[in-house]
Ligand binder design. Sequence first.
Ligand code: NAP
Ligand code: GCO
Length: 265
Amino acid sequence: MESVNFSLKDKIAWITGASYGIGFAIAKAYAAAGAKIIFNDINAELVQKGLDSYQKEGIDAHGYVCDVTDDEAVANLTHELEETFGKIDILVNNAGIIKRIPMLDMSVEDFRRVVDVDLNAPFIVAKSVLPGMIKQGHGKIINICSMMSELGRETVAGYAAAKGGLKMLTRNICSEFGEYNIQCNGIGPGYIATPQTAPLRERQADGSRHPFDQFIISKTPAARWGTPEDLMGPAVFLASDASNFVNGHILYVDGGILAYIGKQP
Ligand code: NAP
Ligand code: GCO
């Protein structure tokens, strides 16, 4: 009987911004599935923090300092990786930022910076690895989207615009490169407990839960925040041969938020 291949043995996986958080969890899952892990972060301190964390997990990761919005730096790093490792099989565009500012108070610079990191950079990095993937006859690109690829909310205009665009960039890469056996899909995490969402979960002075924390619990059928570990299985699936006919899809890993009107107060 045909067995389904979820293995990443001998694959070279580059996860951007993966010193910690969601990217780190995805990298751990890929290492456990047999992949060699490459990651970058924005400064040497974070890269070292990441290397130390991977070492504690028994993972021989390779870390590089690279700002994903810098197209020259990305091109140089891609060339170095292809020279060093011979190929890049899997790219996860994970690096991202958010600025929570009411739109009328948000500067154009703030809006542009969020779009630069969360949308322009995935274009830059994908564009840099695609020629090698075309040459080798296969590749997997996974873009980390968001609930804000589908929904808006107050104070996240730049982030929602970027993540909505990232959904369509995912579909466009699928459309333009599917014929080369390159699959480009997205993962849309729900509300995940990482440093990025820590401000939304801070305990109040009286020890009560943050109002947004309570709100998300009421909007999530699973009645809990997600953890980075909840994303590991879906990420391995989309990086493996098991998903070779899945393309242009955004896989929401949200505990059911998008399907649910929310618990009656
Ligand atoms: P995080 O904890 O803030 O980690 C993001 C990582 O990306 C950090 O290491 C960050 O470095 C790095 N980074 C930021 N800008 C960069 C740049 N220009 N070049 C290279 N690295 C850069 O975020 P997270 O919660 O793990 O989220 C990871 C991804 O999932 C993001 O794309 C986020 O939008 C998305 N997401 C998160 C959630 C959630 O609930 N947490 C849900 C849906 C989607 P610094 O520490 O220097 O910023
Ligand atoms: C916010 C949160 C969300 C999550 C995630 C949800 O302020 O609403 O940060 O944007 O990070 O993107 O999928």
